[in-house]
Design a protein around this ligand. Sequence first.
Ligand code: ACO
Length: 423
Amino acid sequence: MPDTFTITDNRTGKSVEVPIVDGGISSKGLRELDPAMYVYDPAYMQTAACRSAITFIDGDEGILRYRGYPIEQLAEKSNYLEVAYLLIHGELPSKVQLDKWTFDITHHTFIHESVRKRFLEGFHYDAHPMGMLVSALAALSTFYPDAKDIFNEDSQKKQVLRLIAKIPTLAAACHRFSVGQPFVYPDNTLSFPANFLQMMWKIGDNYEPHPNLVRALDILFILHADHEQNCGSTAMRTIGSSQSDPYSSAAGAAAALYGPLHGGANEAVVRMLTEIETIENVPAFLDAVKGGKGEKLMGFGHRVYKNYDPRAKIIKKTAYDVFEVTGMNPLLDIALKLEEAALSDDYFIKRKLYPNVDFYSGLIYQAMGFPMEMFTVLFAIPRMSGWLAQWLELINDPEQKISRPRQLYVGASERDYVPIEGR
Ligand code: ACO
């Protein structure tokens, strides 16, 4: 006998008993009681929009698992492409499967010459690379019309490979264009992260990424690969629910990620630390945040984590491996002081505000030489595998229909139109 939840309509005295399944109750119970009664939940704080077997988060305990595997183990022992396979297929690959997956991804890294020459190079010289990336992802749908066949398994597989493989090439191309440098072709003899680094920075034949930096980037890619129903994945699913092709859906997801409250936060963190300037200014900055004058402590707080974000812990550790190669990022001292002060301050303790994934990632990216405008792009590269896992789950889920929330109408009641002369 499952546990149940009783909903009573006090106006009529009628009740329905709704079974609790997988930790939630179906809205059907409420509909049964009164089909015109809606749950008002503007930011989906209490709404589960899907069943998902991809990522598990326990925000109170600070736990994150992909397909059951703890993020700490994956970050320590795996690599991004293996994790992408896991997210997409649901299981870890055998050696043969991983070799084939890696080969296939590696051999889809090239982008169509027209995407680069006609499309990317058509942007204004100072275009933000994330804006370029969002548009380029949408444009790809016109280059691969077979992507419209979304229920065809072969087509699904092909688009998944293409999107995971091409996003680093697009990302690097956006950067090179925005700094006026020529495009660098993928070098498919390199690993996924090393290939991306050489497309970013190769000049002539003399660029060889340091192994610590390659590994750090791979870890950051693993940590950012999926995070269940965040704003970007919800955009992916919402657009995908109308049976749009995966490129158009991924462009929408990337657009959601662009915002400073989501993937744009790492860029905002570095700007904030730069503005704070010295550790002596930390108390005054925190006072301004607590004064509620619109200032936020960027890189702190999370809708789900009410404890230390497990990804932030791993990133903090990884930062030191990077700084060993690049030298210390001078903003680190300010970040450490901010963290220490905030974690012992009542305002932050009461609201359970802890560092999130973005608090330290920007510092690593900056130390590695990435310009700030690239930070969100760096988030989008690995998140592509998560978006696609969410998309595949959605389109193969018989319970899913087109996303279409309801509203509580609070506008004017019916009134007659008055022609302009009479107003
Ligand atoms: N600095 C100061 N106060 C904060 C912060 C912060 N970073 N985050 C939340 N609060 C306060 C809110 O003002 C609110 O206070 P109140 O109860 O007195 O009104 C309380 O904490 C609860 O915050 P909400 O805004 O209701 O929390 P919500 O779940 O809606 O927001 C969010 C989560 C958007 C991440 C928020 O914490 C935030 O804006 N953080 C800074 C931006 C950031 O780092 N974003 C990256 C998130 S991780 C990611 O997307 C990859």
